[in-house]
Design a protein around this ligand. Structure first.
Ligand code: ZN
Length: 144
């Protein structure tokens, strides 16, 4: 395990514009505010969604498409660097009109209906940068 000490920086709270892509909008805020380490939370609704599920054996993402309005019950994620840019890694739980929930890895393809978010910035002397992790095939933080 590789854990590093960080201190809390700014907190940014706001609302995403209707029709914008959920993940792209959160990433754009981090790029604009130059947040390279932190966490993100959000609630709201999307008009449709696409979620990823990582096939651990084949080491590829499979995608589930939901072509219907859904509530964002929870969105939680972290912010770090990937290829030198702020990268948001978020997972969501989404509920349909009957309260049935679906969840997974957030990818592009979820237009915002309404969304309220909180971004917490952390400051660390060493960067959290993602790189290819051979055993999993994922872009992960380094481990000791
Ligand atoms: Zn994920």
């Amino acid at each position: 395990m590789d854990a590093r000490v960080s201190t809390t920086g700014r907190r940014i709270m706001g609302r995403l514009p209707k029709g914008q892509d959920l993940l792209e909008s959160l990433t754009a805020i981090c790029v604009r505010e130059q947040i390279t380490l932190g966490e993100v939370r959000a609630i709201g609704a999307v008009t449709k969604a696409r979620l990823g599920f990582y096939d651990q054996e084949r080491q590829v993402y499979e995608y589930l498409d939901f072509d219907q309005p859904l509530e964002i019950v929870t969105l939680m994620g972290n912010i770090s660097l990937k290829d030198g840019r702020p990268f948001v890694h978020a997972h969501v739980t989404l509920a349909d009109h009957q309260g049935r929930c679906f969840g997974g890895h957030l990818v592009e393809g979820a237009p915002v209906f309404a969304c309220e978010f909180v971004v917490k910035e952390y400051r660390s002397e060493t960067a959290f940068a993602r790189g290819l992790d051979i055993p999993t095939g994922l872009a992960l933080w380094p481990s000791a």
